[in-house]
Design a protein around this ligand. Structure first.
Ligand SMILES: Nc1ncnc2c1ncn2[C@@H]1O[C@H](COP(=O)(O)OP(=O)(O)OP(=O)(O)O)[C@@H](O)[C@H]1O
Length: 309
């Protein structure tokens, strides 16, 4: 039977999905153009391969009518016969709501994917470029500038080399109406200002191709971060040896401290904490220790010791 020709944008999304290995897929779909076009393409490719695919829509319950919006997305997915379900999560409405929503979303999505399925996410080249730019503005190092990996564990991002405008066009080509999240247009968020003002301004002032260049920076930084981690690994055990740290290169020393803090159970080591711990080695004047997230680091004889709170 002759296949109906795909439009050029749809073809680009389908080809990105075809590059994935054959395995069961769970598509994380918000209803936005990126994850909607991804879900459409995943359904097509899985059908051709005879592998299983379904979609999950997380309802964070943070906006009025969020349940209906999620149900609408499930209906859109059902319109092309993709099996989908809404998964509600509970997010505290105090503190950093965005970060809590992300954490609850990823926990629910990973639970849904279980042990065997790859979890497909709709992040694009533009998302990667925004992540790198925001990291540069914060003064981040290579680990953070590495941005998002195309594959980490079961998390899979097939669209990282495609622009957001491609996914929007793909939806139009196949007749899907994506949901436009009002938060994606709210200039209160630094990411939204980066997307709508900063990147377009850089493209105007410095020339086209900024997003591609920033995505390449992410790839290069990932390589650099992996090299630093590999060099730091032999320095890490239950405690850190002060003399060994003192003679290590600064970048390797800081990578060792960051990885050690994370291994010991300190939640994501910030630059402030890493450099404060480093000072126990490079600028020691008898201070006993310093507080870090989740505990304290003490200098005991020739070692640094992590004491959880
Ligand atoms: N509520 C949700 N339910 C399921 N998956 C989600 C949800 N929100 C985000 N995701 C997943 O995370 C990816 C990135 O999220 P992000 O918030 O950057 O995108 P988005 O603005 O929701 O829109 P899009 O679907 O176009 O990516 C999405 O592509 C999707 O795969």
């Amino acid at each position: 039977m002759a296949r109906k020709a795909l439009g050029p944008a749809t073809l680009a999304v389908v080809q990105a999905v075809e590059a994935l290995p054959a395995e069961p897929w769970v598509v994380a779909c918000s209803g936005g153009a990126d994850s909607l076009s991804l879900a459409w393409a995943a359904h097509l490719v899985a059908g051709r391969r005879g592998t299983s695919v379904r979609a999950v829509v997380v309802d964070h319950g943070l906006q009025a009518g969020s349940g209906e919006i999620a149900a609408d997305v499930v209906r859109i997915l059902a319109s092309f016969n993709l099996d989908a379900q809404v998964v509600p999560v509970t997010v505290e409405s105090q503190g950093n709501v965005e970060a809590q929503a992300r954490e609850a979303r990823y926990a629910a999505l990973e639970r849904e994917a279980g042990g065997d399925a790859a979890l497909l996410l709709g992040h694009t080249l533009d998302d990667q470029a925004e992540t790198v730019l925001l990291g540069l503005a914060r003064g981040s190092g290579p680990r953070s500038l590495a941005g998002m990996a195309a594959r980490r564990g079961r998390l899979t991002r097939p669209l990282l080399e495609l622009h957001r405008h491609t996914t929007a066009r793909a939806c139009a080509e196949v007749g899907l109406e994506p949901w436009h999240d009002p938060m994606n247009a709210d200039p209160h968020f630094a990411r939204v200002r980066t997307r709508t003002r900063v990147l377009p301004m850089l493209e105007r002032e410095l020339g086209p191709g900024i997003a591609e260049a920033l995505a390449r920076t992410a790839d290069l930084c990932r390589d650099a971060a992996e090299a630093l981690d590999a060099a730091a690994a032999p320095l890490i055990s239950t405690t850190l040896d002060v003399d060994v740290l003192a003679s290590a290169q600064p970048g390797v020393r800081r990578a060792a401290i960051a990885a050690w803090l994370t291994e010991r159970g300190a939640p994501s080591a910030s630059w402030v904490h890493v450099t404060a711990v480093e000072a126990l080695v490079t600028d020691w004047h008898g201070q006993r220790g310093i507080d870090v997230a989740g505990g304290a680091v003490l200098r005991k004889e020739g070692d640094l010791v992590y004491v959880p709170r």
